[in-house]
Design a protein around this ligand. Structure first.
Ligand code: SF4
Length: 405
């Protein structure tokens, strides 16, 4: 294959220093720094644990089910509106099981009001974001699973500040409940005439702050609550996309869960040489191992895997890399993947830029010609830094969070 005439830009060549641990390995934070735990919430508990908690609060166990209906079906947290619960003990039940987890610091709207980015403050002052997007026939929420991220990817704004802490299952779920509350209040614009789809979040993407598989148990509990039809949000597992930069053992674990969520692998480079620099976790689990794990996910669930590929100018957008990506995917068979190239959203001060339009088109053409369905992914919310790799807490956010509500 002809070498690309384009000069290759790589993080190291641009002066980016990979942070290393004492053994000289790329610095990755897998465990959450110790901070005060968020208050336990209904959504952290199994239905049995909820019954036990209601009894602990001096009420019969079935009250927990009623409370779950208010929270998951009506998105209500206000005891005044829960008139089917006895007045006596109601406020205590709500305070004990639905403690406030997210305080809205601010929201920014774009796309004519069809996209809203929220900045939330957690109980300990940690800040996270979620992005709500209306599309024809569906409403998608991009949720955060960690405050910050420990995976240290150089092109990603979130990764530059390290991991503050893991979010609890309820903190993840509450982002959806709060979004539903806001949609029900008519605050998400853009509903078109004749669009009769339900006015609630229908799709979830774990593409906000954090690496979801590095917070595995809490993310799985949150997903169980999302899909629980009796005592949860009753969402479809297929509408939930779990993405990862490639924590292979956790992908294998997810495969065994028997919950057919959509699985997305943020690959971003088909060769270990570049991927070692772009995605430091590649130093632990190489491209072959993560692609094998992704293929096994398809074999077990029958769900086509999404390969996410941030197209970065002169870094990973060469035609030969598109060919190499096609080779590596086709080595593992046909019909099991869909590739989503995403033009990078450059963050302020970043040396990396989005690929040019001709380079994007060529990349897509090569993959499609090789029989791999490939479509450029929409980067909604770009103007408000609400697109992938851009959810990061800025100094301005910190200042806003410090102001009294
Ligand atoms: S790209 Fe994803 S995994 Fe990498 S640092 Fe950013 S949020 Fe973390």
């Amino acid at each position: 294959m002809e070498p690309s005439p384009i000069r290759q830009v790589k993080p190291k060549a641009e002066g980016w220093e990979q942070r290393k641990d004492a053994q000289g390995r790329p610095l990755l934070q897998f465990s959450s720094p110790k901070r005060g735990k968020p208050p336990v919430h209904l959504a952290d508990l199994t239905p049995e644990e909820r019954i036990a908690k209601a009894k602990e609060l001096g009420l019969p166990g079935f009250r927990a089910k009623q409370l779950a209906k208010h929270y998951f079906d009506r998105w209500t947290r206000d005891p005044e509106k829960m008139t089917d619960l006895p007045k006596e003990g109601r406020a205590e039940l709500v305070a004990g099981m639905l403690p406030n987890l997210l305080t809205e610091v601010r929201r920014m709207q774009t796309d004519g009001g069809e996209t809203i980015k929220f900045l939330w403050k957690l109980h300990d002052g940690a800040l996270v974001e979620s992005v709500l997007m209306r599309y024809p026939g569906r409403i998608t929420l991009c949720v955060s699973s960690q405050a910050g991220c420990g995976m240290n990817c150089p092109f990603c704004a979130t990764g530059q500040n390290g991991l503050t802490r893991n979010m609890s299952a309820a903190e993840i779920v509450d982002q959806i409940v709060r979004a539903n509350e806001i949609i029900a209040a008519g605050e998400l614009g853009g509903k078109r005439e004749g669009d009769n789809s339900a006015e609630r979040v229908s799709n979830i993407v774990f593409m906000g702050m954090g690496e979801p598989l590095a917070n595995y148990a809490r993310v799985m509990q949150a997903i169980r609550v999302m899909i629980d039809k009796q005592q949860g949000l009753g969402m479809s597992a297929r509408g939930i996309t779990v993405s990862t930069v490639g924590l292979a053992p956790a992908i294998r674990k997810l495969t065994e869960e028997d919950i057919p969520v959509t699985f997305a692998l943020s690959l971003h480079a088909p060769d270990d040489t570049l991927r070692d620099e772009m995605i430091p976790v590649n130093s632990r689990w190489k491209v072959d191992e993560v692609l094998d794990a992704a293929r096994a996910y398809f074999d077990k669930t029958g769900r086509r895997v999404s390969i996410e590929y941030a197209l970065i100018k002169n870094m990973n957008d060469h035609p030969w890399r598109a060919e190499l990506l096609a080779d590596r995917l086709l080595e593992r068979g046909k019909g099991w993947v869909h590739v989503n190239p995403i033009p990078l959203n450059p963050t302020p001060g970043s040396v990396w830029d989005a690929s040019t339009i001709p380079a994007q088109r060529e990349f897509v053409r090569i993959l499609n010609d090789r029989g791999i369905p490939t479509t450029i992914r929409d980067t909604r919310g770009k103007e408000i830094d609400g697109a992938c790799g851009q959810l990061v807490v800025t100094e301005e956010d910190e200042r806003a969070a410090a102001l009294p509500a």
